[in-house]
Design a protein around this ligand. Structure first.
Ligand code: 5AD
Ligand code: SF4
Length: 436
């Protein structure tokens, strides 16, 4: 018997890429490839790349450079670049790095097996009309951990002036609800207790053509009917798609977690307009207020960009004021990074030291809020979904409903259990508690 070939995947960027890598590993598994944690013994290497901020392509080229020796020692080694850099660079990748065998854009992964078999160098950066996952065979039945991602929607039609996603991931497409529900039931049978629905614009989910009138809220309510599924989350959302129904679901659907990642990017209406966001700061705050009147303990998370072209100190102060008003449970913040081909790339940039200074002040405020909300959990009883064994002997680690990591010393729980925990201490990035 021949030993199985080995596949090494290195994943960059967002959770959607994590899900894609998992699906590619399963797909290549059907072709006799087994996963390996190191490129050194691999027969195939895939770099699943991200293009959201600067230097992404350069990072990929330097990573590829490191594989030169491996390829020389094992000429049969296949090297592929997938993801958003593959989409953005296409053929150029092979011109600069001729040892690359495959360049496959994010919508063409279902074609990986045939491209791999064909032997010759291949580039596929098409945007098919149906989503790749619905061309793939059913997922394997193996047991798996208690949490899983499930992509329900891809692409974006919003065209924020700074963002490459509409160009790299393509137009907004939703998967058929029936396929998603089947996949979710399978995941739950395999031991999954929490599903995070993914999409670049997940709350724009509308189902596939001719499968009836779907929305993310309806999908969540249907998923909540799966008995052994304990928790549902979704990310990432756009304020303009926060429907009344979705806000209401946070109040009446117990399995939907009281946590929402809702990027705003900036707090100045002038900048929001220049970013082509399609909403004002007041409209964003109104959504948060309505969510919190539906579910008072809602934790909100966000994304922020500082130093967008023409952002003044006064504009930046508006962002700080918005943060003061919303009070974030967590957040991601970035310096504006010019992306070739996007409208904002044509505009005058804010000086780098100004960007650095604003980022520092913004992060100081966000960290302070995050700490305050975390400290506020001390003394409370929360529900924890246990995920794995901790680093210390006898320790188990899980997540609270608000996505705080919680450490508990116990030998009475296993991964997948949901238990009540009394929080006794707030540490730098996690909480410590005891079973109730
Ligand atoms: N520069 C900096 N940050 C960006 N993001 C997207 N594009 C850019 C850019 N050109 C950030 C946004 C988005 C998150 C995924 O990345 O905040 O919500
Ligand atoms: Fe990166 Fe965006 Fe592509 Fe995800 S979708 S890999 S964040 S560019």
């Amino acid at each position: 018997m021949t030993s199985p070939k080995k596949l090494y995947i290195k994943t960059y960027g967002c959770q959607m890429n994590v899900y894609d890598s998992e699906r590619m590993a399963e797909l290549m598994g059907e072709q006799g490839y087994e996963a390996t944690q190191t490129p050194d013994d691999a027969d195939m290497i895939l770099l699943n790349t991200c293009h959201i901020r600067e230097k992404a392509a350069e990072k990929v080229y330097s990573e590829l450079g490191r594989y030169k020796g491996l390829k020389a020692a094992k000429p049969g080694l296949k090297i592929g670049v997938t993801g958003c850099v593959a989409q953005a660079e296409g053929q150029e990748i092979m011109r600069r790095q001729p040892m690359v065998d495959l360049v496959v854009g994010p919508q063409s992964y279902h074609r990986l097996p045939e491209l791999e078999k064909a032997g010759a160098q291949a580039v596929d950066t098409d945007f098919p009309t149906e989503m790749k996952f619905d061309h793939m065979s059913k997922r394997p039945k193996a047991r798996r951990g208690p949490t899983a991602f499930l992509t329900v929607q891809e692409g974006c039609d919003k065209f924020c002036a700074f963002c490459v996603v509409p160009y790299t991931r393509g137009a907004e497409v939703s998967r058929p609800a029936a396929r998603i529900l089947d996949e979710a039931r399978d995941l739950v049978e395999r031991g999954v207790r929490e599903i995070t629905l993914l999409g670049q614009n997940v709350n724009a989910y509308h189902g596939a053509a001719d499968s009836g009138d779907w929305s993310l809220a309806r999908l969540i309510r249907e998923l909540a009917e799966i008995e052994d599924l304990a928790r549902i989350r979704f990310t990432t959302s756009h304020p303009n798609d926060m429907t009344d129904d979705l806000i209401a679901a946070h109040g009446d659907c117990d399995k939907l977690m009281p946590y929402l990642h809702l990027p705003v990017q900036a707090g100045s209406d002038r900048i929001l307009k220049r970013m082509n966001r399609g909403h004002t700061a007041a409209q964003y705050i109104d959504i948060i207020d309505r969510l919190r009147s539906t579910r008072p303990d809602m934790h909100v998370s966000g994304d922020f960009i500082v130093g967008f072209p023409e952002e003044t100190e006064a504009d930046f102060q508006d962002t700080l004021a918005l943060i003061e008003r919303v009070k974030y449970g967590s957040a991601f913040s970035f310096k504006y990074s010019s992306r070739p081909g996007t409208p904002a790339a044509e505009r005058d940039e804010v000086p780098e030291d100004e960007k650095n200074d604003r980022l520092q002040r913004l992060q100081a405020l966000l960290t302070q809020q995050q700490r305050a909300l975390q400290n506020d959990m001390v003394g409370r009883e929360v529900s924890v979904l246990f995920e794995k064994i901790g680093r210390m002997p006898g320790q188990m680690v899980g997540k609270s409903e608000h996505l705080h990591a919680v450490h508990v010393m116990t030998d009475g729980v296993k991964p997948g259990d949901v238990r009540r925990v009394q929080i006794v201490e707030s540490q730098s990035n996690s909480l410590r508690g005891a079973l109730v």
